[in-house]
Structures are given as C-alpha cells and as structure tokens.
Design a protein around this ligand. Structure first.
Ligand code: UDP
Length: 461
C-alpha cells in the first residue's frame, strides 16, 4: 500500500488544488490556468461547488475535478436569501468542506502542495495555511481593478467618492463613472459585493503568491507598482491555447459551461456572412439589463442596418421587444448562449458589443475584435474606460444620467467601428494587442516565464 502511494506521488511533480468561485467568468480563467500548470508537469485538481458541478456542461478534460459544499447544494447562489447570506455561508461551510477535501486527498495518496484560490474566497488561505500548504490568490479581474479595491481597503480612497478626479499610482486619472459600480454607486450597487471585493485584500500579505489574469505588456505601470509590494505575477490572458500560442494541443475551449451553447446554429449562420460584416452582441453570463436598455440596443442594432448575432440568455428573453426576433430574422440571429471564442475568432465578425466583463475583454483583445463598450456593473465601467482611452481598441457608448445607452448612441458606435476612419485605427490597435497577448503566453513570454517560475518554486520547495 505504502509503495503504491509513493508511486502515485512520484507520477507528478507537485499537486495544486485550484478553488474556483462558482460563476462562468471565474471558472473559465482558473480552468485555463490549470491546464497551463498541468502542461508544465504539475498535477492539478480543480474544485467547484457541488451545485455547479451538478448543473454544468462538461467537456472531456484531463484536469481532475472535485467538489465541495458551499452550503447550498440544491440551488447554489439562487437558493440563498441574499448575496450576503450566500457569501457568509460559503465562507463557513466552505472552510470546513475544503479542509475535509484536503484531508481526503492526503489520505488517498494524493496530498496537495499548494492551494490556488479565487481572490473572492480569501478564507481559503487560512485553510491552506492550517495544512502548512503554499497559498496563491488568483485575481480573475484586471490589475487596474485590484489597484482600486486595494486603495479602498487601505482607506486611501474614501467611499462614497468625493473627488471628481481619482489619482492612483499606476493608473491614468479616472473619473467617478470610470470606477467599479460598487464604488461609484456605493451602497446602491450590490453592497454585499462591495465588502467582498475589498476583503480580497484582508489577508493578502500572508499569501505566498498573487496571480493575476492579465499580462505585463497590457498593464505595465500598475503591475510594476503592485510588484513592489507583493509577490505578484501576471499569468494571462487565460484564453484556450489554440486561439493564441497553440502549444496546448486541442485546447479549443474552456471546457465547462454553465449554459448549453447553440454552436451549430451560430457557426453555420456566421459561415454565410461576409468577412467583417457581423456585429456580435453579448452581455455575459450574469448581467440583467433593464427592459428599456434591451429595447434601445434592439433598435440600435436595427438602425445600424448590420447583420448581428445577439446572445440573449433565457432569463433575459422576455425583455426583447415584441416580435423583434421575427421581424429581424433576415438580418439577425438571437441565441441563448454561443461558443463565444469561436464566434470572436470567426472572420465574419467585425465588432463586439459587450458588457466588458474581464474575460470577454481579454477574449476580444486576444482575437483582435474591436469593441463597443456598454458596461453594466462591477468592474465593467473601468474596463470600458481602458478599452477606449488606454488600449484604444473600442468605443464606450455614452450613457445618460440614469446609465442608459440610447439607440442612437449604440447605432453611432457600431457605425464608427464598422464604417468609420476611427474603426480602422481601432482595428490596427487591436491587431497589435493580439500580438502582445500571444507573445505573453508563448514560450519565453512574460506570462509563460511567470508560470514557469511558479511551477519551479513549487517543485523545489
Ligand atoms: N460566454 C460564452 N458564450 C456566450 C457568452 C459568454 O461562452 O454566449 C463566455 C465568455 O467567452 C466568457 C464568459 O462567458 O469567457 C463571460 O465572462 P465575462 O468575464 O466576460 O463576463 P461575466 O459573465 O462574468 O459577467
């Protein structure tokens, strides 16, 4: 028995447990990072919640999957009475069930050396340390965002905001509306999430590693600044390898999907469209739009006179204007979920109307698709600011004082990108950024070297 356990242990160099926060935008980057670790010789076990594991669509992946309870095994977050209650119970139950999992793996001959945990779950560091393990916090959002929340945590940036211009080290001057919604609309936009994003920094000084899904060349100034205070390493963009460096053979999609993609219909439809002619529209896996906003976007698309592929999740469908799908079926296709990476990589797609979730932003950037930014909440408004003014790879659609983007504004931005001179400039920048993203993850690139260093230290510690 002992000999068998030894053999199993030697089959890999070190074992990382990767604990995800249960949402699409958080699982995708950590799963992709897991694949990179595995590619470099580590054994990786990805951990999700019992509920997510039961409901998710899984593709074959070599990464081992384990589950823990977040205290809501039947309905997940939707079962909790509030976000606050969910996060609190996840912390309590999760600390216990994560410890049980670590014990189980240890007694079955698969002991863990390092816990990589989503920065939204800082309590996991305490569990890792109780077991004497290396603890690595993983930020699934940009460093620019982390920098803002860190300064709030430190009390340097006070909320509610009083300044009209926010100056932080490593960041360009930001206006209040460029800040994450939890700060700009403090107390109104999901207060429980405010506490969560700030508490990402509560125990950060005890973490052995701080891993960020971004790349050095994209966020150089802020990364330089943060690396002075923490063992921070950029490891992204965590896009399936076949869309960038192609070193992980067959890695064409993330592999876990909360919704079932309508792949055939989307790809067949795109195949019939001319190069660069389609407007792809998606607001990600969580955002719920106001009915009025859906209507304005629907009209903006119609008025742009372009073909469009619009992802409207089942829970959002009732908000579409009456008969919209029927009336626009010559020009548009509306689906509940699509294989977004394949869509963005398709030559028919000319622009991406996006909510600017961080994964969507990195995906568009990695596939050089210009963006029309219509941020909804969380970090999206900050991402939109960077997309337009720092990386210059898209336009932020102007919104009124209620945050509503009018049909005219949506139409204008789509036309500017698809037809205007500015669109050409943006496309050129987008191509440059794609090159940088590819180089970062390719052999010897900045992110590749950082992952290499992380692995080497784990193996030799
Ligand atoms: N996505 C997808 N199909 C869709 C819409 C989105 O596969 O129809 C994926 C997208 O590629 C991205 C993730 O869902 O990886 C959404 O993450 P993001 O951070 O952009 O937004 P969130 O859903 O967290 O708001």
């Amino acid at each position: 028995m002992q000999a068998e356990m030894e053999k199993e242990r030697n089959a890999y160099r070190a074992h990382c447990l990767v604990l995800t926060f249960p949402s699409q935008g958080h699982i995708n980057p950590m799963l992709e990072f897991s694949k990179r670790l595995e590619h470099k010789g580590l054994k990786v076990t990805l951990v999700t919640t019992n509920f997510i594991s039961k409901t998710i669509y899984k593709e074959a992946t070599s990464i081992a999957l384990e589950t823990i309870s977040d205290g809501y095994d039947e309905g997940g977050r939707a079962q909790a009475e509030s976000i606050q209650a969910y996060l609190e119970r996840f912390r309590r139950v999760g600390s216990q069930t994560l410890a049980e999992l670590l014990e189980k793996l240890s007694s079955s001959g698969c002991p863990v050396d390092c816990v990589v945990y989503d920065a939204f779950l800082p309590w996991a560091l305490g569990v890792a340390k109780k077991f004497g393990l290396v603890g690595a916090t993983f930020f699934t959002q940009s460093c620019a965002i982390g920098n803002i929340y860190y300064h709030v945590h430190k009390g340097v940036l006070k909320v509610p905001l009083s300044e009209t211009e926010i100056l932080l080290p490593g960041s360009p001057p930001l206006e209040p509306q460029d800040m994450p919604s939890f700060i700009y609309r403090f107390g109104i936009s999901y207060p429980a999430f405010f506490d969560m994003v700030v508490s990402q920094f509560s125990n950060i000084d005890h973490a052995d590693w701080i891993l960020c899904n971004t790349f050095y060349e994209l966020e150089q100034e802020v990364v330089d600044w943060m690396t002075k205070i923490w063992p921070l390493r950029t490891i992204g963009p965590t896009i399936p390898s076949m869309f960038l460096d192609k070193r992980l053979e067959g890695d064409k999609n993330y592999g876990f999907s909360i919704f079932k993609p309508n792949t055939d219909a989307c790809m067949k439809w795109l195949d019939d469209q001319p190069k660069g002619s389609v407007v792809y529209v998606s607001f990600g896996s969580v955002a719920a739009l106001e009915v009025e906003q859906m209507e304005e976007i629907a009209w903006g698309l119609r008025m742009s006179n372009r073909c469009f592929l619009w992802v409207v999740r089942a829970s959002e469908e009732a908000k579409l204007p009456k008969n919209f799908v029927e009336e626009t079926c010559e020009k548009g296709l509306v689906v509940r979920w699509c294989p977004q990476l394949e869509v963005l990589a398709h030559e028919a797609v000319g622009c991406f109307v996006t909510h600017c979730g961080w994964n969507s932003t990195l995906e568009a950037l990695s596939l050089s698709v210009p963006m029309v930014a219509i941020p909804q909440y969380s970090d999206q408004s900050t991402n939109a600011k960077y997309i337009m003014d720092v990386w210059k790879m898209g336009l932020k659609a102007p919104a009124d004082e209620k945050g509503l983007v009018s049909r005219e504004a949506a139409e204008h931005c789509i036309r500017e990108i698809m037809e205007g001179e500015r669109g050409n400039e943006i496309k050129k920048n987008a191509l440059k950024l794609r090159k940088l993203a590819k180089e970062a993850v390719d052999d010897g690139g900045s992110s590749d070297k950082n992952i290499e260093e992380f692995v080497a230290k784990l193996v030799h510690s």
